[in-house]
Design a protein around this ligand. Structure first.
Ligand code: ATP
Length: 253
């Protein structure tokens, strides 16, 4: 199960990762050989035009989709070496997910949704950590509510708490503020940022929004299935400027 060791500070990485959908005439190269490392305890944003391969990269990294060739490692574990059961266990134990559409179970309370992954895994809930996470996301007075009794922002904070409570090696967030108004979005982004700063959580987030990307430590820019640029310590203005450059290149092509 374990192959070449990565550096201790790497939470996940890909080596020459390709993903090709379809065959022959309908073939689409969604990822054309991506090599990338995600540093442990860092907040990485992935940006790029529509169709550039952001979701595909994240799904391959998170073991939600298989690669065509190349390698993906979560910690030291290479995903292509794992069978279905081992992949399920890896997703359950080592990876947290936050989706644009929240993906909460409507019949369960906020608290039950948050502890569900641990309950399924048969793991105990660390009461102290649970309380820390709940205090951080500001949900203490909403724990017995069902998702339809919560605002969008509150539902996404439940989803964040669910991802964080099992202390996964890495959290993948796919447009986590895409369905939120700007105030709720800011709350969620601030919380994700704190979870990196204060708890050492590793987060990889796909976003279209330069303001959201500005919360990260590093932005990777994808175009046509390749990483074409990156920026550390981003600001919304710098990200926007860089994106304009890509759009201009795309229009000339
Ligand atoms: N299941 C699939 N079958 C065929 N082609 C696919 C499939 N999923 C994605 N693609 C193609 O792969 C390419 C990359 O798609 P992907 O969804 O990763 O892009 P994206 O950057 O996340 O786009 P967006 O910002 O619009 O969500 C696109 O050309 C897309 O049409």
């Amino acid at each position: 199960m374990t192959t070449q060791p990565s550096s201790p500070s790497t939470a996940a990485r890909a080596v020459d990762l390709t993903k090709i959908y379809g065959k022959d005439d309908t073939q689409v190269v969604a990822l054309g050989g991506v090599t990338v490392e995600f540093t442990a305890g860092a907040y990485t944003a992935i940006m790029g035009p529509s169709g550039s391969g952001k979701s595909t990269l994240m799904h391959c990294m998170a073991a939600l989709d298989s690669s065509t060739s190349g390698q993906v490692f979560v910690g030291d574990t290479e995903l292509s070496k794992l069978g279905d059961k081992e992949l399920t266990r890896l997703r359950r134990d080592k990876i947290g997910f936050i989706f644009q559409a929240f993906n909460l179970i409507p019949t369960l309370t906020a608290k039950e949704n948050i502890t569900l992954p641990l309950d399924i895994a048969g793991r105990d809930v660390d009461k102290e950590w649970f309380d820390t996470v709940i205090a951080t996301v500001g949900l203490a007075d909403r724990l017995s509510h069902k998702p339809n009794q919560l605002s969008g922002g509150q539902q996404q904070r439940v989803a964040c708490a669910r991802a964080l409570v099992s202390q996964p090696e890495i959290i993948f967030a796919d447009e986590p503020t895409g369905n939120l108004d700007s105030r709720s979005g800011t709350e969620v982004l601030s919380f994700l940022r704190r979870s990196v700063r204060e708890f050492g959580q590793t987060i990889v987030m796909v976003t279209h929004d330069p303001n959201a990307a500005a919360y990260s430590d590093r932005v990777l820019f994808l175009a046509d299935g390749l990483i074409v640029d990156e920026m550390t310590d981003p600001t919304a203005e710098k990200v926007l400027e860089r994106m304009k450059g890509f759009d201009a290149v795309g229009q000339q092509a």
